[in-house]
Ligand binder design. Structure first.
Ligand code: ADP
Ligand code: MG
Length: 337
């Protein structure tokens, strides 16, 4: 046994990055969350070689003040929460202050930002854990983050990545989740210079059909249930449109895509009389709850949540979905959250 030693900062960041950044799609998730939190209405994504070579996200959001650029790439630095009370009332997608720092520690990162108050844009670069000084740059109001050569300094991790096509497919499904939960934002995605997706700001109904196809929307019925401090809205495919896999199951809580046993169970129960055992339901559902009713700080990737009143949530989902399946109808437009 060797003596106990404190690890160098760069190594600490890389270990932490391992939890959040698994593959290019995780980089895309962190960057899109940041653009959405910054109030962007237009987000452009450029990917090269499945995101292994390059991932660039440009938004027209609030921007980052020049003096805060180095902090944006520093671990545990965030503008989204300030104290313990905020942690129990999360209204943004990010709050851990480690997305950009994690990405920066395992790539070549360039961050360019222009706030409305600044005369011009500024940029800052990092090469792995090494941070450079900010320099003047040019950019419209908003932010661009460019991530090159992901895992260049972690060859073991890079070896685990799949083919370019598979990594790109993961990026696409990440984008689908973000686009389904933020219909009011225009998303454009280019891969290797080719336009692959362009979803104009739209109503939720239009966005669902743009992302999942007309066929899904036509086979779906609306859910629109409200109770005190909780609501469930969205579209459920009728049993005839069941799937062989769970590939079309989208569940969002307060605009965040989640996977949750309790939710899955409630949905399976609601579908159990109408769906064959080896078939899977297709749905896009938006649950709205008071932020104090959920704990998002369960896992670094934030795809898990804990519900304070799990039983009530289970019943609400079960009843809303059963009711919609029993009396299918198309409904009016609604907001996602
Ligand atoms: P978190 O999102 O959890 O706060 P990040 O490391 O992802 O942590 O981002 C750190 C900070 O940098 C954010 O809190 C935000 O203030 C700023 N930031 C990052 N990306 C953007 C962006 N696209 N537009 C505006 N500000 C951003
Ligand atoms: Mg973030």
């Amino acid at each position: 046994m060797q003596a106990i030693k404190l690890l160098p900062d760069g190594l600490i960041s890389q270990i932490a990055a391992g939890e959040v950044i698994e593959r290019p799609a995780s980089v895309l998730k962190e960057l899109l969350e940041n653009s959405i939190d910054a109030g962007a209405t237009e987000i452009q994504i450029n990917i090269a070689q499945g995101g292994l070579k390059l991932m660039r996200v440009t938004d027209n959001g609030s921007g980052i003040p020049t003096e805060e650029l180095p902090l944006a790439l520093t671990r545990h630095a965030t503008s989204k929460i300030a104290n313990q009370e905020d942690l129990h009332n999360i209204t943004s997608l990010g709050f851990r202050g480690e997305g950009l720092a994690s990405i920066a520690s395992v790539s070549y990162l360039l961050l360019i930002s222009h706030t409305p108050a600044a005369e011009h844009a500024w940029e800052i670069r990092s090469e792995g854990p090494q941070l450079m000084s900010p320099e003047p740059s040019s950019h419209m109001p908003g932010t661009t983050v460019e991530v090159r050569d992901l895992f260049f300094n972690l060859p073991a991790r890079r070896k685990f990545l799949k083919t370019e096509a598979t990594e790109f497919a993961h990026c696409e499904s990440m984008l689908r989740r973000m686009a389904l939960s933020h219909a009011a934002i225009t998303f454009t995605l280019h891969h290797n210079g080719k336009l692959r997706h362009h979803w104009q700001a739209a109503t939720v109904e239009e966005r669902i059909s743009a992302v999942l196809g007309q066929e899904f929307s036509e086979a779906a019925t609306w859910v629109n249930e409200q109770a005190v401090n909780i609501n469930l809205r969205g579209m459920l495919a009728l049993p005839a449109y069941s799937r062989a896999t769970r590939d079309m199951q989208y569940f969002f809580v307060n605009g965040r895509f989640i996977r949750d046993k309790l939710v899955t169970h409630a949905l399976r129960e609601a579908y159990c009389d109408v769906l064959h055992l080896d078939r899977h339901a297709a749905f896009v559902l938006y649950l709205g709850v008071d932020p104090t009713q959920i704990d998002v700080n369960v896992h670094p990737t934030k795809t898990e949540v804990r519900f304070r009143e799990g039983r009530m949530i289970h019943q609400f989902i079960y009843h809303s979905v059963s009711k919609a399946l029993a009396a299918p109808h198309t409904g009016a437009e609604f907001a996602t959250h």
